[in-house]
Design a protein around this ligand. Structure first.
Ligand SMILES: CC(C)=CCC/C(C)=C(\C)COP(=O)(O)OP(=O)(O)O
Ligand SMILES: [Mg+2]
Length: 419
């Protein structure tokens, strides 16, 4: 039985640990290295000494200590007890606006520094305005999205404010493309492939005869989605290594494939079996956000490590868990617009021929199973290599931050009255 299938069968963690250790020991552990500051980023913006980075959690800091930090007790939520068994379904102690889904397992996030959030928001709003990304009537939704708070929560160990702003530009661009090409702001499955292939070229440039390449370059200014992708990608190229750029371009192609599958099922009014939905959601997924955690934190998980099946699996588990969190928190928003909008509770209810409430609660259990698998298998990787410890800690921080952003963003999301 291969290591991967053995992991999939969820054996004892120490059995896998020996296998992973043997598998990874064949790879020279690259020294953790801070990339040379690209010309655009002043040296001062590079990681400050730990003492000057107040937003890091208490405990050991600095290169290679992230595994130790991962073992620290998570910071307690200052004003909100985590939901417990007593808050489970049917007890009447229903969640308040801003509370997490009762019974959903996700460790608390590192609290967001309000000053940092405000500065990131200020820079992103100016960037979006300069690129003419949205009309004035969308300004409320832009503010309500709370992009600055999202990226500060998702990247607590970001190496600089500039890198946080790059993560924010990518997050804005990804949502502009999703909203304008696929969903809420004029999106449609009709003709989606033609729009997305040009969008992909804003990330993955055309190389062709001069005349047509010039037309392509001019074409990238044609609409807000293209302008946002092109400029956010330019900013990412300035902070990332060539292999990190290639990784991101691949993950965006996966995302677009997921959009196309979702759109195809919308066109044919198909409600897929749960397993096929989970396949689609592994591609229509937050993965492009998680695959940049090393670049935002100012180091590189080198390609030989990143491409290991074990690392790919742990990355996919984290991405799937955090994307299903979106299904759970956006459920009421999506049902209000279209009762056939595909999300995990809807496809479970169809397959089980049951009610949406039972399906929703089952979706929470599915999320929790994936989340525990991520944590168990990430711990095995982290124990064997400091670079992998730093990377898996970054994934875990993104998952925790994204959950905090979802459950506290009462402008965008609300919970069903199932408890
Ligand atoms: C930020 C990013 C990479 C988004 C890609 C895919 C995406 C938009 C999601 C995973 C969020 O899902 P959804 O389309 O359901 O968005 P909302 O529920 O409207 O927040
Ligand atoms: Mg959603």
């Amino acid at each position: 039985m291969s290591l991967l299938s053995r992991m999939f069968a969820a054996p004892a963690v120490d059995e896998v640990a020996d296998e992973v250790s043997a598998a990874l020991s064949g790879l020279a552990c690259p020294e953790e290295r801070e990339p040379v500051a690209p010309p655009c980023e002043p040296a001062a913006a590079l990681p400050a000494p730990p003492a000057e980075r107040p937003w890091l959690p208490d405990g050991p800091t600095g290169l290679g200590t992230s595994a130790a930090r991962a073992l620290l007790p998570p910071p307690a939520e200052p004003d909100r007890p985590a939901p417990g068994p007593a808050d489970g379904p049917g007890t009447g102690a229903g969640p308040r606006p801003g509370d997490p889904v009762p019974g959903l397992y996700c460790p608390p996030a590192v609290p967001a520094d309000p000053a940092k959030v405000a500065e990131v928001d200020r820079r992103l709003e100016a960037w979006a305005h300069d690129l003419d990304l949205f009309p004035p009537e969308w300004a409320g939704d832009f503010a309500g999205f709370q992009v600055g708070r999202a990226v500060v929560l998702q990247h607590p160990a970001a190496a600089s404010l500039e890198r946080l702003v790059v993560a924010g530009k990518l997050l804005v661009a990804e949502n502009v493309v999703d909203d304008c090409y696929c969903e809420d702001y004029g999106g449609s499955p009709i003709g989606l492939g033609g729009r997305l292939i040009i969008a992909q070229s804003a990330l993955d440039p055309l190389h062709s005869a001069d005349g047509y390449q010039q037309q392509w370059h001019e074409g990238l200014g044609a609409d807000a989605p293209l302008r946002s992708y092109a400029d956010a990608m330019r900013a990412f190229r300035e902070i990332a290594s060539p292999s990190q750029v290639t990784r991101f371009v691949h993950d965006m192609a996966r995302l677009h494939l997921g959009y196309l599958a979702e759109g195809a099922w919308a066109q044919t009014r198909t409600t897929p079996p749960v397993w096929k939905y989970l396949v689609m959601r592994q591609f229509n997924n937050f993965r492009p956000c998680l695959s940049i955690v090393d670049a935002v934190d100012g180091y590189e998980l080198s390609e030989p490590f990143y491409s290991r099946p074990e690392v790919q699996r742990v990355t996919a588990l984290a991405c799937n868990a955090t994307t299903l969190v979106n299904d759970l928190y956006s459920f009421t928003k999506e049902m209000a617009v279209d009762e056939h909008h595909l999300n995990l509770p809807v496809v479970i209810a169809a397959e089980d021929r049951g009610g949406l409430k039972e399906a929703y609660l089952k979706a929470v259990d599915i999320h929790n199973e994936i989340m525990h698998a991520f944590e168990n298998e990430a711990a095995v990787l982290a124990a064997h290599n400091p670079v992998l410890a730093r990377y898996t800690t970054g994934l875990a921080a993104w998952v925790a931050g994204n959950h905090e952003w979802h459950h506290t963003n009462t402008y965008r999301y609300s919970l069903p009255n199932y408890w």
